[in-house]
Design a binder for this molecule. Structure first.
Ligand SMILES: NC(=O)c1ccc[n+]([C@@H]2O[C@H](COP(=O)([O-])OP(=O)(O)OC[C@H]3O[C@@H](n4cnc5c(N)ncnc54)[C@H](OP(=O)(O)O)[C@@H]3O)[C@@H](O)[C@H]2O)c1
Length: 363
């Protein structure tokens, strides 16, 4: 496993270099994800027709929402059916082209799915050329769904202001680490909750969080009360459950609770109790609001412009946890639910030994 800001990608304009494989949904998860929920199959190499390109996948991004698609639990996108290719965003390189606008060697990002190769006419929405001056890690992390989620959740719903106190859960994960930095850039005092000392140190020493709480070692209730004596103005929640209840118990007047995710409940199969302290929303005249990032699609360009500027100025940092090898996709998704990632969880389709050495260094 590699943990670093991903800065290179192999560019290949010599045609397909291996066999084609797909990962399919084999069974719906019952509780925790297992390797048996996925099936790796060999498939014929597709051939690009007129106007089409053949894309070789380089990196795929992993997200907790994938489990909801596999379970047919969520309703904001179509569920995956058994036998479907796993859905997912990634970064690939055009290796054969019948489209002069996208010659061999062009890097593309978007919904590639868990496929080593695919043919596209580039007319269906989602795939776009990767700008020359951004790194592949940034494209799949801060400038992908992760950064967009953090941007709209924190800035549109949380609306942190100078001097306010902001608490973020799963703060050393992909979304939380960007959301917390955006609150810092808005002038707020930011506290992150994360599992383990290494994650907490990263938040404070590299990302500029004011404090971090290691929920695996400390009492979150005691630490939140001690660190936030005047209460929380914003709570950006990725976890739900007990952490949400603790935050609700510590709200300042007019606080904003942003419901981004609830990963602590994603492995539960039965009825899950709601937060006990919700009535504090009434006493504190506070607001709790969920959101789905896809609803902001018309404003993605605005967010990408702002996030790109923060990346270039060095105000926004990011890190990727990269597993090597296409066959490790299920492990990488399972890893997210075990907290094994710092920053964005990715899979590099090739292992380092496979790479021919003509990496494009983008930043
Ligand atoms: N609303 C939207 O449109 C939207 C869009 C994208 C993502 N999301 C949500 O945002 C959240 C973060 O997603 P991400 O892609 O950025 O993943 P991520 O935070 O990079 O990875 C998940 C992290 O969650 C923590 N975690 C896992 N199981 C946990 C548990 N049982 N209790 C507490 N923490 C647990 C782990 O960190 P620790 O080691 O710190 O526990 C893990 O690293 C998820 O809830 C996701 O569903 C929402």
């Amino acid at each position: 496993m590699l943990v670093f800001p991903l800065s290179t990608v192999t560019v290949n304009n010599m045609g397909a270099s291996g066999k084609n494989q797909h990962y399919l949904l084999a069974s719906r998860p019952q509780g925790e994800l297992t390797a048996d929920n996925f099936r790796l199959v060999d498939v014929e190499m597709p051939s690009p027709g007129e106007g089409e390109v053949l894309i070789e996948t380089r990196y795929l991004a992993l997200e907790p929402a994938m489990k909801g698609w596999m379970e047919a639990r969520v309703d904001y996108v179509a569920p995956l059916e058994i036998g479907d290719v796993m859905r997912g965003n990634g970064l690939g390189c055009v290796v054969e082209s019948n489209n002069p606008d996208y010659p061999a060697g062009t890097l593309l990002a978007g919904p590639l799915g868990w496929r080593r190769y695919l043919v596209s006419d580039l007319r269906s929405p989602g795939l776009s050329a990767v700008p020359e001056d951004v790194t592949p890690g940034a494209v799949l992390n801060v400038l992908g769904i992760t950064g967009l989620t953090a941007y709209f959740g924190m800035l549109d719903i949380g609306v942190p202001r100078t001097g306010e106190t902001v608490l973020v859960s799963a703060a050393a994960g992909a979304t939380g680490s960007v959301a917390g930095q955006l609150a810092r850039l808005a002038g707020a005092r930011v506290i992150g909750i994360a599992g383990g000392r290494e994650k907490c140190e990263w938040l404070v020493s590299e990302l500029g969080f004011d404090a971090a709480i290691d929920y695996k070692a400390d009492s979150v209730a005691d630490r939140v009360a001690a660190l936030c004596p005047d209460g929380l103005n914003v709570f950006f929640d990725n976890v739900g459950g007990e952490v949400l209840d603790i935050a609700l118990d510590n709200l300042a007047d007019r606080a904003r609770v942003v419901l981004c995710g609830g990963i602590s409940r994603y492995n539960e199969t039965g009825q899950i109790p709601g937060p006990q302290n919700y009535f504090n929303l009434v006493y504190r005249r506070a607001r709790m609001e969920g959101f789905i990032v896809l609803d902001y699609a018309s404003r993605f360009p605005e967010a990408i412009e702002s996030l790109t500027a923060y990346l270039k100025s060095g105000d926004l940092r990011h890190r990727e946890t990269v597993f090597e090898g296409f066959e490790r996709l299920p492990d990488a998704l399972i890893n997210l639910f075990r907290g094994g990632n710092i920053g964005k969880q990715l899979v590099a389709v090739e292992t380092r030994a496979d790479r021919p050495g003509n990496d494009r260094r983008d930043g």
